[in-house]
Design a protein around this ligand. Sequence first.
Ligand code: HEC
Ligand code: HEC
Ligand code: HEC
Ligand code: HEC
Ligand code: HEC
Length: 285
Amino acid sequence: MAQIFDRNSNALARMSLVLTGLIVIALGVTLDQLQRSPWVTRQGQRADQPVPFSHKHHVQGLGLQCQYCHTTVEKSSYAGIPPTKTCMNCHSQIWTNAQLLEPVRQSWATGKSINWTRVHDLPDFAYFNHEIHVNKGMGCATCHGRVDQMPLMYAQNTLQMEWCLDCHRNPSKNIRPTSQIYNMAWEKPSSERPVWCAVKDGKNDAPTAQSVDCVTKDPKDSGPQVALMQTAADKGMATDAPAAMLPAALNYQKFDSQDALGHFLVKQYKIRTPHDLTSCEVCHR
Ligand code: HEC
Ligand code: HEC
Ligand code: HEC
Ligand code: HEC
Ligand code: HEC
């Protein structure tokens, strides 16, 4: 009787098994990559907005502070999107006929808010809070990138769980003085650009982050008062701070690496341990 399956088809069967295996693996890898791809996470995409609002123009060009529009970022879980009134502070006088601004005028006339497309949007089962991050020395640019250079808003980071955890495992590599959270151009300290920090004494009841004073100019060169005024200026405050705000000479410590500054600030700001910060209940409540 003739063999139905010759030796060759045996090899073929084995080959096709191997091939199927490879295809399954490839599919798995593709799906995994897809899940992380910008197409799914919308990372880097410019959303279609009713008005082509430019952060570059309004922040870098006009020098507006983030808090001018995102008023609740330091005191609530939401940074907030500004109401039309905020735009009309200027646009009732500037560019009043521009076609680009028609939706803004419409919104103002009808009282219906502008329908901005959300760029960052976590699923409801993940809890996020701006207040705690910015008050513990996490700068806007660390999570949102150089917003001051964005003609149209896009997401710099994926906002996926892995991204959150990467920082929660070691916040010291990203932490900066709270006086610098809005500073888009902040760079980690180095031997060419050191940072000096001092802990204000006798103020144990004050919030921890507020009782640390950090400056970017050698306090010995300028004296403690000028140093404090420098921080005030960095915060965008008026530099003629009342005398009551000026403490006695502070004991400044010099930091010339992110590692050193990070460890100091993590301790001073009382940041919880990586173990605490990566437990599921922190973000899934
Ligand atoms: C003149 C007002 C104004 C200022 C100043 C401003 N923003 Fe915005 N911001 C807006 C508006 C309006 C939107 C919504 C439209 C958009 O996404 O471009 C927005 C959106 C955003 C978003 C995305 C929101 C989303 O949908 O996920 C981020 C992040 C953001 N701003 C960060 C900043 C930062 C950081 C600064 C300071 C460097 C800043 N903004 C300054 C008005 C402002
Ligand atoms: C502090 C004043 C001020 C505020 C507040 C302000 N703008 Fe503007 N905006 C300007 C000025 C000034 C220009 C024109 C800049 C130029 O052409 O040199 C401008 C230009 C624009 C333009 C034209 C495109 C561009 O970027 O040049 C758009 C669109 C715009 N603004 C939207 C908005 C919206 C939306 C808001 C509210 C979220 C807003 N602006 C808030 C001052 C302001
Ligand atoms: C630790 C990372 C992180 C930092 C630091 C951070 N943000 Fe966000 N931001 C996010 C995430 C995550 C979202 C999406 C929140 C959501 O979908 O619930 C977001 C959303 C926003 C939005 C959209 C509106 C809202 O409230 O959800 C604005 C505006 C915004 N951020 C502005 C800012 C500004 C201004 C700063 C600096 C003062 C800042 N953010 C600092 C991570 C961060
Ligand atoms: C760049 C660093 C960084 C990133 C990115 C980051 N976090 Fe955090 N997160 C921190 C720090 C620092 C704290 C404060 C820890 C403390 O005070 O002990 C914190 C605290 C928290 C808390 C605790 C709030 C509370 O009231 O107990 C939550 C919830 C949280 N983060 C959620 C998130 C989520 C969700 C993401 C991602 C979308 C994220 N974080 C991304 C640094 C980060
Ligand atoms: C620092 C905040 C944070 C912590 C801690 C955290 N998660 Fe998440 N998790 C998130 C965010 C943000 C998302 C949404 C991610 C997205 O939209 O892609 C998420 C999504 C998920 C999902 C949905 C599937 C996915 O991967 O998108 C599961 C399941 C999950 N987390 C389980 C856990 C478990 C189990 C733990 C504890 C071991 C944990 N998470 C700890 C922030 C966190």
